[in-house]
Structures are given as structure tokens and as C-alpha cells.
Design a protein around this ligand. Structure first.
Ligand code: URA
Length: 193
């Protein structure tokens, strides 16, 4: 079975199996989206209002900004896969709770292991802290981390600021643009290893 087909089946399975409490208030699940053969997977926090209505991640303002950042390194959304740690919108866009993250975690790990990208890019501290609880995004952003986890096949990680945080902050926008260049550098480095 092709990866795209396997991913579709995986998501359909989790639509019924996921026990996240946010299911009760969200309009619909927002599964990951994009290229199942991607070398890079981006992991955001949780769907917002637009994503909840459309059923696709990063379709709102943060998504448009992300597309701009991708363009700056000559990548497009069709080259990557993008998902969230939590697959349902938290009410009023509050931060997801630990129990909600835990309920969605096996879904995230399965999709990451099916795609098995060379690099996982964290968008913001929430997704980074899911894997590296000890790190601060202000120190870790733009720095490649190599670590072998038992539950994840990918061993290269790059934390970035969340595009929503940089949207209206000129300084952070520049930092994010600079950090995006590290994606291409990291891929080159991984390819020569
Ligand atoms: N922010 C996220 O973290 N995820 C989305 O899907 C949209 C906005």
C-alpha cells in the first residue's frame, strides 16, 4: 500500500479510536495534511477556528505566514507534511491540557512513524516540549537536535518559533526567516551523514 493510502487509513482509524475530550466541543477532527513522502514534517500545537471549520491544519493566518516562510527557502506546502500534537480545537483556542495531549499522542506517533521523515520541525514551544520538556524555545529555536527516542524513528529535530507568535512581531519574524534557512541546512547535513 502506498504511504498516502496508509496514512488515510491511519487517520480514519483514529477518528473513531481517539479518546480526546476535545472531541465533544470541536466541529471535526483536523488530521495532518500534505505529502506522505515528505522529508520534513512540521508539528504545530492544535487547530484554531479556521482549521476546525475546514478540517485542515494551518489554513488560517498562521498557515498563510507559514507558506511565505516556506517560499523563502523555495519549498511549498505540497513538499511537506504538517500536523498538530492535538487533533481537535481546544475551546476558545486555549492551550491543550496534558490529558488532551496524551490522548492524541499515539495518533501523532503513528503518523510520524509512517511518514518517517528525515527531519521533524516543531512549530512553537508546545510541540517542542512534547518531545523535549526541559528546553526553552527562546534558547532552542533554530538549533538542530539529534536524539534517538524509543517511540519515534526520526532522530533529527529543529524547534522554531510558532508562526502565529511571529505574525505581528517584526523581530521574531526576522528570526523565523533566519531559522527557516536552517531547515535546508539540516537536510543537507542529514543527507551527508
Ligand atoms: N496553529 C497551530 O498550531 N495549528 C494549526 O493547525 C493552526 C494554527
Amino acid at each position: 500500500m502506498e504511504k498516502a493510502e496508509a496514512l488515510k487509513k491511519l487517520n480514519e482509524k483514529w477518528f473513531t479510536q481517539c479518546i480526546c475530550e476535545l472531541k465533544k466541543t470541536a466541529t471535526q477532527p483536523v488530521p495532518g495534511d500534505g505529502n506522505a513522502d515528505a522529508k520534513v514534517v512540521f508539528v504545530g500545537e492544535a487547530p484554531g477556528k479556521n482549521e476546525d471549520l475546514e478540517g485542515r491544519p494551518f489554513v488560517g493566518a498562521a498557515g498563510k505566514f507559514l507558506a511565505e516562510m516556506l517560499e523563502s527557502i523555495k519549498m511549498e506546502r505540497k513538499d511537506i507534511y504538517i500536523t498538530n500534537i492535538v487533533k481537535y480545537r481546544p475551546p476558545n483556542n486555549r492551550d491543550p491540557e496534558s490529558s488532551e495531549k496524551e490522548a492524541c499522542a499515539p495518533w501523532l506517533y503513528e503518523e510520524l512513524n509512517l511518514i518517517a521523515p528525515k527531519l521533524i520541525v516543531f512549530l512553537g514551544r508546545h510541540s517542542m516540549n512534547d518531545f523535549f520538556p526541559e528546553l526553552k524555545i527562546s534558547d532552542a529555536h533554530g538549533k538542530l537536535i539529534i536524539k534517538k527516542f524509543k517511540h519515534i524513528t526520526t532522530s533529527h529535530f529543529l524547534p522554531l518559533y510558532h508562526p502565529a507568535a511571529a505574525l505581528y512581531n517584526g523581530g521574531m519574524r526576522e528570526t523565523l526567516l533566519e531559522d527557516f534557512k536552517k531547515i535546508s541546512l539540516a537536510l543537507k547535513k542529514i543527507n551527508t551523514q
